[in-house]
Write a protein that binds this ligand. Sequence first.
Ligand code: THG
Length: 279
Amino acid sequence: MQTILKGKTKEVIINTGGPVVIIGECINPTRRKKLVSTLQEGSFDYVLELAESQIKAGADVLDVNVGFPGVDDVMLLPETVKVLQSHFDVPLCLDSPNPEAIEAALKVAAGKCLINSVNGEEASMKSLLPVAREYGAAIIGLCMDEEGITHDPEKRLAVAEKIISRAGSEGIKPEDIIIDPLAMAVSADPKACMVTLETIRLVHNKLGHNITQGASNISFGLPDRESLNAAYMAMSIFNGLTCPIANPEKITAMVRAADLVLGRDDFAVRFVEYFQSRQ
Ligand code: THG
């Protein structure tokens, strides 16, 4: 299955058979005070810096989250999208819990965006699926609903199936739905990673959809997050993860290595190119 996203002109194809597509996570106020302060001053310079450095480091798509307390992201998200698209051609992943901000951003965005995210709750599906359909956007479907986040992979699969079926009846094609099995902190729950890895395997084998997840979620509260994230990411890719949301500075080398190991990089062309670009 292929999910196609577009910037102004550039197409990015996410294929369930790989290679892995990287969604850069860094335009996000979590732990980035400078992003909040510069945006509060009305400056997009730092957003543009984050975009450029992530693209250089291997990001194929950029996640854009500008939500923080006291901000009106119904105004700020579309403004940020316009500024980013006037400088860069990569497709954007619009990351906001506010459906109005998502819609306002889609109104001004060129190409084909990814909505981050829709979940299995009635209110979420009802407000966002018609918007996705109207603007021709793809969606990320989170494996959670009114019952919360289950620890049973089969139940997470069932939530994914519910979102896919409901989206289908709203006129959204299966290939435009990327499933997020929900990566959670392993410090808080020793089984957290295994539940998600099994969900990835089930979604990949039974539904055949593209799969994303926040790559650094699992390591919250632990030292040496990079090693932990890399181990988890490699196993996730083997099970069917195709488009992680991650810091490209920290993940691209490992992703190129995983694609090579999995026979998706003939003669190690991309692996070597990336290595050389970092010298
Ligand atoms: N699924 C979906 N969307 C998501 C997430 C998900 N969006 C948000 C989040 N999870 C993914 N994005 C981030 C962004 C920033 C950080 C973590 C996840 C973060 N970064 C630290 C920093 O910048 O200091 C450290 C991370 C690092 O650089 O290694 O806190 O799960 N659909």
